[in-house]
Design a protein around this ligand. Sequence first.
Ligand SMILES: Nc1ncnc2c1ncn2[C@@H]1O[C@H](COP(=O)(O)OP(=O)(O)OP(=O)(O)O)[C@@H](O)[C@H]1O
Ligand SMILES: [Mg+2]
Length: 391
Amino acid sequence: MVRVVKLAAAPATLNLPHRSRTKELPSPPMSDQLTNDNILAALSSVKDPEIGRDLVSLGMVKDVLIDGSVVDLTVELTTPACPLKATIESDIGDALAALGATTVRVDWASNVKRTFGGPAADLIPGVKNTIAVASGKGGVGKSTVAVNLAVSLARDGARVGLLDADITGPNVPLMMGTQGAHVTGSGGKPNPVVSHGVQMMSIQYFLQADAPVIWRGPLIHSAIAQFLRDVEWGELDYLVIDLPPGTGDAALSLSQLIPLTGAVIVTTPQEVSLLDARKAVAMFNKVNVRTLGVIENMSGFVCPHCSEEHDIFGSGGGEKIARELELEVLGRIPLEPAVRSGGDAGVPITSAQYPGGDTTAAALALREVARTVAGRVSVLAAPVTVGSGAI
Ligand SMILES: Nc1ncnc2c1ncn2[C@@H]1O[C@H](COP(=O)(O)OP(=O)(O)OP(=O)(O)O)[C@@H](O)[C@H]1O
Ligand SMILES: [Mg+2]
């Protein structure tokens, strides 16, 4: 699908996730400067803002077609959930306008790179990145964040898995509308359960609805190992992992079993939650897992009656801990009844199926967080720069 954005008029704010745009630049001079070499040279000055390197040396420019003063090209992003598409597109338009292009059509493609290798990665051969969602304290919104992170990334076009590593308190099936689902599979290998575009595995899919799981560490470890090794995950760009609260068995098992691209720490703004978040970061440091950043959840509640914002759990806690631990705040999610009701109804607030979705502040914040996380993962997967080149 091709969309047309007239730059001479006010900039359009269309926000379709994947396909292309046309830039009609104001003056239409024909130009003999529009050669393949010149275009690549011009695009060598356009940087991927996140990675900080130019599009050409990153191999992101594909299939340049020149027809008079019209240029078609494909840009291969490092994630379909790229948060900076509009900036990249605008910079390409400017660079090619300087060569005399009157119309630039950008077609978007994506190729998510793997952030790890080595023997431990063999357990999950088709998985390119693993993102653990953790917290020190219970009930701060880990599962809510994990579910919406997965749904948002899938909605942007990524291949996403969601592993419910909360073996004794699995919530993913309910939140994803798969409460009664049971695993199927052939040859002894269970298939993930699919909902809202995400492939999932949870202990709940093996149990009767209300059966409790009262397991000690070794059993939890072996359940997580089996979920990683024995499930037909196929090819995944991102495997999001919802951890139980605290610094216990599941997080340790995970870090021993597979390479983790990183952990995101969910906290609420109040001091008691921050205290526990620090412990979670320290635990990941100890097992050599990088923390990608902090997500402050339940930060601020806008009263539907008086429209005034109330900081029910205090404010600024995420920033405080991020500053103290030299981490980034990946986003702030407001407290919003729709987040809870979406979770309870099995239709996450970021799902395309959520009625009136994408209009609430929390849904927008969660989608933004997902794109920010994808961007940070892309940076980790980018080739290392040595001098002016890459290795
Ligand atoms: N931003 C929010 N606005 C409103 N309700 C929220 C928000 N975030 C989470 N909730 C609700 O708070 C409750 C706890 O959230 P959730 O289950 O995601 O936390 P958790 O950290 O995974 O808990 P646990 O430690 O038990 O695994 C849920 O009912 C959820 O719907
Ligand atoms: Mg949970």
